[in-house]
Design a protein around this ligand. Structure first.
Ligand code: ADP
Ligand code: MG
Length: 740
């Protein structure tokens, strides 16, 4: 990827946890990871290799050894990123490493111990402290969401019925990139509230998992914070900046054993690390820079992190290592992974005035509610004036009062007005009661009217109260700089914090300079060297040759390693493929032998592939447009001449006159006119129509009716002619009742 002015590389830091008790007791082999904090280097020793084999060295933006504190990592590597998010950039921090190496410890840590609080709680502190200390013309809206990706399904951890919630879909918009549809997002007004959100999510995660460690090592947890900030610009208009922060605790990077599993377990095994291997491929493709295609769409995780890797975001990757010799292979893989990620170039930019900023919607809603309240106030005032004929006492200076006073005034006015009105109505009621000249009926009516008026008054007051409450609730969601949160820190503490940042900044730049110096060292040494004799030159050159030879050996070993790893992963993929093919053959066997071909075809014709969701879906039977009208599908048209669809069998039966059941079409066949009006007519009928039943009347009118009824039936010619050779039984077995 070409470097442009605004591009910056992904920051990669490595952290190694201390040996745990079990590992300590394992023997004297000890730690295989050494760290040079000053240079930001990790030196890895292969416990199985002979001592002569050179150790592997990797350089990163920063390294943290077993003695490192959570605060150090935060101040040096995370704080600048959170500052950027507060300024309107997108930011991502993700922890990558084998299970048990301290990803969750780094991201969350021990909440209760201030020394051991991880990146996430420190970020909460940082964000809200920043807001409380910012200028009062800034308005903030902070939202948080929490999700996990488990077996390639995105699950909302803040959904109250997380257990049975269905997987969420990913969508893409030009404004905010890839996002999760219908994801719960909570507006947070304080550190306490956002911590509560985190707790709720963590509990949902724990409930979903029977064995927490097992679950967490297979699922990716993403905590998303959106900070929107509105500030008046030089043009006098309010401008909104939106910073999105992704805090990602990835699944364990170790290879899951896939051997000997079948069915559901196999599917699960195939999906477990799909996201992680896709992440690896994305990182490789981006770091390589030559391959045009970056396979973001291969997994949910890579799609969600699309912006964080090679896009519009600032990204920090924390690779965690275990120091124990038995995990050498995994540690090496993690270091290689991290080393590759260093080369990814991002193009972060400030998200200014995006269309989907929620803060703007909130501001508009607040303005609307305020206008409504003002309108009510004005109405109340008008009524009051009507009631007592006098103006309000506070009339004159009202408009010049501050907003808050004004709101208080609204409530006061309303209360005062209601009180006065109630008193007036009570008085009037009393007058009516005491009026001796009025009829009892009239009294009742007037009292009823007054009661009604009081009801209306109370209702109106309730509505105003509700509106005020809504307005206040809405407004409280917006945090105003330097106002909503009481900052307990005193000046001295603030200064101390400032100094700590300065030191962190200095350490970082010192390390950068050291690293640059190291690179240049070789060149400058060479340039400075002047040789007094040939012998000296030979010695120097031999030394250099040896150095280069050692380097060459290192690189050769590295190539061998990478090759081995490649072969290993290919074998694993082949194995998975074989198992999946076997599974597929099994499914085919069932389909071929147990599902009728026409059923299979019907199903196949209805299936379509949804690339968005990466799934096969059934097309609806009823077209989408008619679904909305909630009408039944139109009845199929019957064959011409029939009132309703008639089966082949029925048609043949009509022709044969076999059973009265099939004459249902022809009402004239119902035995209604059984009794003949006179015998003479009967005689004639017997003569003229020998096929008709003797009991049938044959008067001219009836005759017409019979003929007419026949015309309804309109037995098609083809059937009449072929009826002789159509076997009823055959028709019956073919399509007993279907309309043709
Ligand atoms: P992961 O999330 O990578 O599976 P955890 O964060 O759960 O690993 O860490 C495993 C154990 O190691 C935990 O008991 C944790 O307290 C401990 N641990 C990890 N990193 C450190 C560290 N830097 N310092 C002290 N203890 C650590
Ligand atoms: Mg974990």
């Amino acid at each position: 990827m070409s470097k442009n002015k605004s591009s910056e590389s992904v920051k990669v830091v490595v952290r190694c946890r201390p040996l745990n008790r079990k590992e300590e007791s394992n023997g004297p082999a000890g730690c295989i990871v050494q760290m040079d904090l000053r240079l930001g280097q990790v030196i890895l020793r292969n416990p199985r290799a002979p001592a002569s084999e050179p150790q592997k060295t990797f350089t990163f933006d920063a390294v943290y050894d077993a003695n490192s504190k959570q605060g150090d990592l935060y101040d040096e590597s995370v704080r600048p990123l959170i500052d950027s998010v507060l300024a309107g950039f997108n930011g991502t921090i993700f922890a990558y490493g084998q299970t048990g190496t301290g990803k969750t410890y780094t991201m969350q840590g021990a909440w209760m111990d201030p020394e051991k609080r991880g990146v996430i709680p420190n970020a909460f502190d940082h964000i809200f402290t920043h807001i409380s200390r910012s200028q009062s013309d800034k308005q903030y809206l902070v939202r948080a969401s929490y999700l996990e990706i488990y077996l390639e399904e995105v699950l909302d951890l803040l959904d109250p019925n997380h257990g049975n919630a269905r997987a969420l879909e990913l969508r893409e918009s030009p404004e905010s990139g890839v996002y999760v549809r219908d994801l719960t997002s909570c507006v947070c007004k304080s550190i306490k509230e956002i911590e509560e959100v985190m707790n709720v999510g963590n509990q949902a995660r724990a409930v979903a998992a029977t064995d927490m460690n097992e679950h967490s090592s297979r699922s990716h947890a993403l905590f998303l914070i959106t900070v929107e900030c509105s500030q008046p610009g030089p043009d006098g208009r309010k401008h909104i900046r939106v910073g999105r922060l992704n805090l990602v605790d990835l699944a364990g990077s170790e290879r899951q054993a896939k051997t000997g599993v079948q069915g559901e377990r196999l599917k699960e095994a195939a999906k477990i690390n799909l996201s992680l291997s896709a992440l690896g491929n994305v990182i490789s493709a981006l770091a390589d820079g030559r391959s045009g295609h970056v396979p973001y769409r291969d997994s949910k995780l890579t799609r969600l992190l699309q912006d964080s890797l090679g896009g519009n975001a600032k990204t920090v990757m924390v690779a965690t290592l275990g120091p124990a010799p038995q995990h050498y292979d995994e540690t090496l893989t993690t270091l290689r992974y991290a080393n590759r990620a260093k080369n990814i170039q991002n193009q972060p930019r400030v998200n200014e005035d995006p269309k989907d900023a929620l803060l703007r919607e909130f501001q508009m809603e607040i303005a609307r509610l305020r206008a409504q309240l003002n309108h009510r106030k004005w109405r109340t005032k008008q009524k009051k004036e009507q009631v007592d004929g006098e103006g309000w006492e506070r009339d004159g200076d009202e408009e010049t009062e501050g907003e808050e006073d004004e709101e208080e005034g609204v409530e006061k006015d309303a209360e005062e007005y209601v009180k006065l009105e109630e008193q007036r109505l009570e008085r009037e009621k009393q007058d009516i009661r005491e009026d001796q000249f009025m009829l009892a009926e009239e009294k009742q009516r007037l009292l009823g009217e007054k009661e009604k008026m009081m009801g209306v008054l109370r209702k109106e007051q309730e509505a105003t109260e509700q509106l005020t409450a809504k307005y206040k609730a809405m407004e409280s969601k917006l945090l105003v700089g330097g106002k909503n949160i009481i900052d307990h820190t005193n000046e001295q503490q603030k200064m101390l914090e400032g100094k700590r940042h300065e030191i962190a900044e200095q350490t970082r730049s010192e390390r950068e300079i050291q690293q640059q110096m190291l690179v240049r060292d070789d060149e400058t040494v060479e340039l400075r060297e002047t040789f007094t004799s040939l012998q000296q030159e030979v010695e120097a050159k031999t030394k250099k040759l040896k150095k280069l030879y050692a380097k060459l050996q290192c690189i050769k070993a590295e190539i061998q390693d990478v090759n081995d790893e490649h072969v290993r992963s290919r074998q694993e993929l082949e194995q998975t493929q074989n198992e999946l093919t076997r599974e597929l053959k099994f499914k085919y066997l069932i389909i071929e032998n147990f599902i009728p071909p026409e059923e299979k075809n019907k199903i196949m014709n209805r299936l379509t592939f949804d690339p968005e969701e990466d799934q096969w879906k059934f097309q609806p039977l009823v077209p989408a447009e008619s679904k909305s009208s909630s009408q039944m599908k139109k009845r199929p048209a019957s064959a011409v001449g029939y009132k309703r669809p008639i089966s082949q069998y029925a048609r043949v039966a009509i022709v044969m006159g076999a059973h009265s059941r099939y004459r249902a079409e022809n009402i004239m066949f119902l035995e209604l006119d059984m009794t003949p009006p006179n015998s003479a007519a009967l005689d004639r009928s017997t003569e003229s129509e020998p096929n008709q039943s003797h009991s049938l009347d044959n008067s001219p009118t009836k005759d017409r009716r019979v003929r007419k009824s026949r015309s309804w039936c309109q037995t098609p010619k083809s059937i009449t002619s072929s009826s002789s050779n159509v076997s009823l039984a055959a028709c019956h077995t073919a399509t007993p009742m279907t309309a043709q």
